[in-house]
Design a protein around this ligand. Structure first.
Ligand SMILES: [Cu+2]
Length: 479
């Protein structure tokens, strides 16, 4: 069985060179026997039922069937990924900051794991929070090659009930056909103005017209693999405080999380603590996470926690049941269409532990661009390919990425290997949330800052799967 040893942190001093797509990195020597247990994660096929039909999807599971990993800060992330499917795959640890060779992006961090192969990972976990893992190979993420990655830390109250809510968009159509359809433009909304070269963006200006939402028409929206026809029902203690960890593992869908009558307090985004925000509805883009502290009322009741697709009536969710209470059937469509996600909440978020104030040593401006007519997406009008040079930065620098959306669609932008802080929206500076994925709506300008403290070759891209796959992607590199 071919086995690949992922490079260990100690190999970081080695010269960094971008491997070409499919290239094999040289295996690192095994650092020797260690006592700590290695968790096994199997990439496998599984069958779920959606709308009464069975569907073959992927999964990332431990040998006992547990999806993903729950671990603790301070422990090493010591994992062996075994590929039990019939195609190459590679898993990205979304939001973590491993040595770059263990980041799981094929062609950037290393080669994919061949069928029957395995790869080992071993790096320290310096912070906790709600993260997730997903394939960065091809379009496998759409077929649910993903799982939660939860790291407990001192913020977690002993004995507190935790509920993980994984959101996914689902289609019976194979993802390759979805992409082919998008490229043909058959089901596409019109994108007036989108192909125009660099329309001017000023201050609070919006792109002309309503934003284009939801390129792909999905068959279902899932919460923990289920629809509202048969939702997951979770018992909670009346009067208790529970921690809800919401992960948007969708390929293309943003939602409004709706707590109904429950009182919620948002305490972290993308794993990192914020000054708590009480509310009953929270926006969540593709790839983002929300940690919400929920106060369960003392009276017996069933409490739906719903996610409503932006701009649409489709919804999915789970039901929390406190005490003896009947669970009513919840329709899979809300009574009215929701609005498009905005930056209203983002602007209000304040990091609990902001970056030290510092003038940027380096600023990269990234226009988010695209040609909707041929479904080609880009950064600064460059469609990514392996010959595109990485954005240069240097170790120790404070870097700011200025993202200006010149398209008619919003883009959740994700940086690998670092957390960034949202420091500006449309010219207004503020010490916003520390996170790894931020939405840039049409016509808007969002600036994030990060410290270059994890040398290597790192991906930076739109997290909408078919935008990423068709070119809204680039890399940053430093030694
Ligand atoms: Cu995008």
């Amino acid at each position: 069985m071919p086995t690949r040893r992922a490079l260990l942190a100690s190999a970081l001093a080695a010269a960094i060179h971008p491997p070409s797509v499919g290239a094999q990195t040289s295996p690192a020597p095994d650092r020797g026997a260690t006592a700590a247990a290695t968790a096994i994660l199997r990439l496998q096929r599984r069958t779920i039922e959606v709308n009464g039909r069975s569907a073959s999807v992927f999964g990332i599971r431990q040998p006992d069937g547990t999806p993903g990993i729950i671990t603790e800060v301070g422990k090493p992330f010591r994992v062996r990924v075994e590929n039990h499917i019939d195609q190459p795959s590679l898993i990205h640890w979304h939001g973590l900051t491993p040595p770059w060779q263990q980041d799981g992006v094929p062609g950037i961090s290393g080669p994919p794991i061949p069928p029957g192969g395995a790869a080992d990972y071993d790096f320290p976990l310096a912070f906790g929070g709600t993260f997730w893992m997903h394939s960065h190979q091809g379009l496998q993420e759409q077929s649910l090659m993903l799982a939660p990655l939860i790291i407990h830390d001192e913020r977690d109250r002993h004995g507190q009930q935790e509920i993980v809510m994984m959101l996914n968009d689902f289609s019976f159509m194979p993802p390759e056909e979805i992409l082919a359809g998008l490229k043909k433009g058959g089901s596409m909304p019109s994108m007036a103005g989108n192909t125009a070269p660099m329309p001017p963006v000023t201050g609070m200006a919006q792109a002309a017209g309503a934003p284009d939402l939801n390129d792909v028409k999905y068959d279902a929206f899932l919460a923990n693999d289920r629809t509202l026809a048969d939702p997951e029902i979770i018992k909670v203690e009346p009067g208790a405080v529970v921690l809800l960890r919401v992960i948007n593992g969708s390929s293309m869908s943003n939602y409004h999380l709706d707590l109904g009558q429950l009182k919620g307090e948002l305490i972290a985004v993308d794993g990192f603590a914020i000054v708590p925000v009480p509310a009953q509805s929270f926006p969540i883009t593709t790839a983002q996470r929300l940690d919400i502290r929920l106060a369960v009322p003392r009276e017996p009741a069933a409490h739906p926690v719903l996610a409503v697709l932006e701009g649409e009536r489709h919804q999915t969710g789970i039901v929390l049941v406190a005490g003896p209470a009947a669970v009513a059937r919840i329709p899979d469509k809300a009574t009215a269409a929701s609005v498009a996600l905005s930056l209203g909440l983002e602007r209000r978020l304040r990091a609990a532990e902001p970056l030290k104030p510092r003038t940027a040593d380096r600023v990269h401006t990234l226009n988010l661009t695209g040609d909707m007519a041929v479904y080609s997406w880009s950064l600064n009008n460059v469609v990514w390919n392996k010959d595109v040079p990485p954005l240069p930065i240097a170790s120790g620098e404070r870097v700011e990425l200025v993202m200006i959306n010149r398209t008619g669609m919003s883009h959740p932008m994700h940086l690998h290997g670092h957390q960034f802080q949202v420091v500006e929206i449309d010219g207004e500076r503020f010490p916003g949330a520390v996170r790894d994925t931020v939405l840039v709506p049409p016509g808007r300008r969002v600036v994030v800052a990060f410290d270059a403290n994890n040398p290597g070759l790192w991906a930076f891209h739109c997290h909408l799967l078919y935008h990423l796959d068709t070119g809204m992607f680039t890399t940053l590199r430093y030694v």
